[in-house]
Design a binder for this molecule. Structure first.
Ligand code: ZN
Length: 392
């Protein structure tokens, strides 16, 4: 009962104790005992003052304890490293961004992100209970090996989960961190989908498809009834190599016209005939180009070109998966905002179900969905068993 109760409060579904009583289908006394135990564990607060300072019956408002424990969320992407501390409730502290280390071999990069996270944990007054990392390449389950890490040319099969665990263990995470600190690692698009499902634009969806282009390439993920569909070995929904233009741009995989190569920030610049500034994050510049589409003809044409290919890809995936919501993240959200009617029209035209029942295509809501998802991964054991926060 504790785990389901904490999950409901964590996802904001039960802001009051009476809502929790109904959601769990238990008596008021049981709900009272459960919330008292979560409060005693330092995870939630129960505010029993009448709302608005009036004299009405106490509503027992439930919230995540702002002084409660945190986890370290990390992300490695083509433009650098990002780390943040995160409490329950999808509450992410402002992330810290660092450039990629000069040497991009797996150990150096995992060490750099582990040390950046440890620095945050050392300077926090809150207990730290775990660390998790989002990577831009497929990660196998359950052994945690990186496959096709094309951005950094890591050897295929690099045991990233084990290496990250070692580096987090070596880092000085401060006196308030569990020792050893539990670690976990997963693909960034999968984590972004989980975060949007629980805290963002995917709430309430049953079959949520997320497609994203962050800094390089394209990722996809599917959440079915609250659970990530990761396939038999963690490798499902690798939508980046779907062909959307057989004569198109070369992809890192050796083929041409993959969704990766046709709808990422590089593709947008190529379509505009522009060269990005090598000293600024490519994603930021690509977003500016999307915004310019409202006034600039060249930007508008480039956005249209990329949106048409994104639409082809989305329709192909939607025909296979039949989602009830599509969430676009990263640059794809900006493309949707720049040309919403065109994108929805391309999908509807190509999608078998699009003409009868249109699948809603919406933009991601979270500012840092991969980091928020990494936090979800680190919180997973505690959401399953809240009493385990008392260990250590
Ligand atoms: Zn490819």
């Amino acid at each position: 009962m504790l785990g389901p109760a904490l999950s409901l409060i964590h996802t904001g579904q039960t802001p009051t104790r009476s809502a929790l009583t109904r959601a769990l289908d238990v008596t008021r006394a049981t709900a009272g005992a459960v919330t008292a135990e979560l409060e005693a564990l330092g995870l939630i607060t129960v505010d029993s003052r009448p709302a608005g300072g009036g004299r009405g019956r106490p509503s027992h408002r439930l919230a995540i304890d702002p002084e409660g424990p945190v986890v370290i969320a990390g992300q490695i992407h083509a433009d650098g490293l990002s780390v943040a501390l995160a409490g329950l409730g999808g509450l992410l502290d402002p992330p810290v961004h660092r450039p990629l280390p000069a040497a991009t071999d797996p150990v150096r990069m995992l060490r750099a992100v582990a040390e950046a996270g440890a620095e945050l944990a050392r300077h926090s007054s809150r207990r730290c209970l775990g660390a998790a990392l989002a990577l831009p390449n497929p990660v196998t389950e359950p052994d945690g090996a990186a496959l096709a890490a094309l951005h950094f040319a890591w050897p295929s099969g690099t045991p990233v989960a084990d290496l990250y665990d070692v580096e987090v263990g070596r880092a000085d995470n401060g006196p308030r961190a569990l020792d050893p600190l539990p670690t976990a690692i997963a693909n960034d698009a999968n984590l972004a989908a989980l975060a949007e499902y629980r805290h963002g634009a995917g709430r309430g969806a049953r079959h949520l498809l997320l497609v994203t282009s962050g800094h390089r390439g394209v990722g996809g993920a599917l959440v079915i009834d609250g659970r990530l569909h990761t396939g038999s070995a963690g490798l499902a929904l690798e939508v980046g190599h779907l062909t959307v233009d057989p004569q198109g741009r070369p992809c890192q995989c050796g083929n041409r016209g993959c969704l990766n190569a046709e709808t990422d920030p590089d593709a947008l610049f190529a379509a505009a005939g522009l060269t990005p500034d090598p000293d600024r994050p490519l994603l930021d510049q690509a977003r500016e180009l999307c915004l310019a589409a409202s006034t600039d003809e060249r930007a508008r044409t480039a956005v249209g070109h990329v949106v048409d290919r994104l639409g082809l890809g989305l329709a192909g995936v939607a025909n296979i998966l039949n989602p009830d919501r599509v969430v676009l993240s990263g640059l794809h959200r900006d493309l949707l905002e720049a040309a919403p009617d065109r994108l929805r029209a391309v999908v509807a035209e190509r999608c078998l179900w699009g003409r009868s029942g249109r699948v809603p295509i919406v933009g991601a809501e979270l500012g840092h969905s991969a980091l928020t998802g990494a936090a979800e991964l680190a919180w997973r054991p505690y959401l399953a068993d809240p009493q385990s926060v008392a260990v250590g």
